[in-house]
Design a protein. Sequence first.
Length: 229
Amino acid sequence: MSEAATGQTQTDSGVTQTEGAATTTVAETTTVDQQQQQQGTEQKGKEGESTETSKAGDKPGEQGAKDDVKPTPKAPEQYEDFTAPEGTVLDSALTGDLKTLAKDLDLTQEQAQKVADLGVKHAQSLVAKQTEALTAAATEWEAQARADTEYGGDAFEENLSVAKKAVDAFATPELKKLLNETRLGSHPEMIRFMVRAGKAISEDRFVGGRPAAGKRSAEDRLYANTKTK
């Protein structure tokens, strides 16, 4: 039989190939290549769509519009007066500064109130520390006064009664309040001054029933203790 009739081809090397099998193999290869090309085309199409979408989202006009949008302010047009703990009063000048600062920081009324509360708490802490330091100083002053060689020791209580005479005679209510609030009334030098003043007015006090002394001249008052030659 001839090669055309059997569908076989004799190669130079003597190997016989079937034309039908070769045709099937070529067809399969072509199909695979077409599928790969189609997948590549679809992938490129998707990448093109993604790129176009990205470009559309990054339009200069839209980006500029987003940058121009400002957040809604949280601060009120005008802050209400801040509340203070019972027994305390907020300084009006400092309150005004706080409202200005809160406006600049765009704080809500509640947030600004928290800042005010923190300021009051800090001020109270400072006052407490000052009071504690002053109390400690007054305790130290009193201990020094009780040990003073001039008016302290066993005669301390008696000399305090003498000092009280000077306070009652000369101190105004405002001075008494100042001495109590500052605790300066316990300072050794303040007590010394009052003791000496109390003794001075006790010695110079006129006692009724005794003859009045004759009028003394200026020289007698100034030089009473001067020895004449």
